[in-house]
Design a protein around this ligand. Structure first.
Ligand SMILES: [Cu+2]
Length: 272
């Protein structure tokens, strides 16, 4: 089953992904069986009950109960899927990662047509945001006078996380309804204006290729280019990345110092 899924699905890089994939596979197998069975039954009735074979209608109809048993079998299988897989999976998923597991908390604000990401920085506190401060250079409306905001890290279309560490993403939107989708993490959640909805996942491997953040809701003309990149670092790599993103060094550079390399797209800015 696992190899079969891996052939047709995006890489499953999250801890909860296997449960979801198993359910998806079972539902599809059930639908395939039903499709073949009902298709064959339909063809059988066309042949068996055509006018030539049945010049006179039967008023008694079918006497056996096998169709009832068939339906009961399907219903039982569906109940097993629901109570055996779906509800336990949902139940375990509704438990937000505990503080002891040191989850990485990130705010994500969708807009037409980009993803703005805010990290709380070393103090672990998100800086205050104010809608009045939103402009082209401050897409999140971060308040620079707030001490909690000083060390915050913001990125555009780039979500960087750490392997084996739970991530909680608080999702909202500035304009219309978008849908935050991480196919490799088996995560999908609508981004809704006026609401901050948390989702969580735990990556179980670092990137094997480029993994994307997709918008899974047709949100306007530029929907197709609303695309970000998800990077899963190892522990050391993530610490290095955080340091790189940290507030810019304000000390004067050495007179003949080599200028720092300009960051490659997607762009990253640190609010200082
Ligand atoms: Cu969108």
């Amino acid at each position: 089953m696992k190899e079969f899924l891996q052939r047709y699905m995006p890489v499953d890089a999250s801890v909860h992904g296997e449960q979801l994939d198993t359910l998806t596979a079972y539902v599809h197998w059930l639908m395939l069986v039903l499709f073949i069975f009902w298709g064959a039954f339909f063809l059988f009735t066309l042949w068996r009950f055509n006018k030539k074979r049945n010049p006179k209608a039967s008023y008694a109809g079918m006497q056996s109960h096998w169709s009832t048993w068939g339906e009961a079998g399907v219903a039982i299988f569906e109940v097993i899927l629901l109570f055996g897989i779906s509800i336990p999976a949902w139940y375990s998923w509704t438990n937000r990662p505990k503080k002891e597991t040191n989850p990485l908390e990130v705010r994500l604000v969708a807009e037409q047509f980009a993803w703005n990401v805010q990290y709380p920085g070393p103090d672990g506190k998100f800086g205050r945001r104010d809608v009045k401060l939103v402009d082209a250079t401050n897409p999140l409306g971060l308040d620079p006078t707030d001490p909690d905001a000083k060390d915050d890290i913001t990125t555009l279309n780039q979500l960087d996380v750490e392997v084996n560490r739970p991530v909680i993403v608080y999702i909202s939107s500035k304009d219309v309804i978008h849908s935050f989708s991480l196919p490799t993490m088996r995560v999908k959640q609508d981004a809704i204006p006026g609401m901050e909805v948390p989702v969580h996942f735990q990556p179980k491997m670092v990137n094997t290729e480029q993994w994307e953040i997709a918008c899974a809701q047709l949100c306007g003309l530029g929907h197709y280019r609303m695309r970000g990149m998800l990077t899963v670092h190892d522990h050391a790599g993530f610490q290095t990345w955080l340091k790189e993103q940290g507030p810019e060094d304000t000390t004067e550079p050495e007179p003949n110092a080599v200028p720092a390399a300009t960051p490659a797209e997607p762009t990253t800015t640190a609010h200082s």
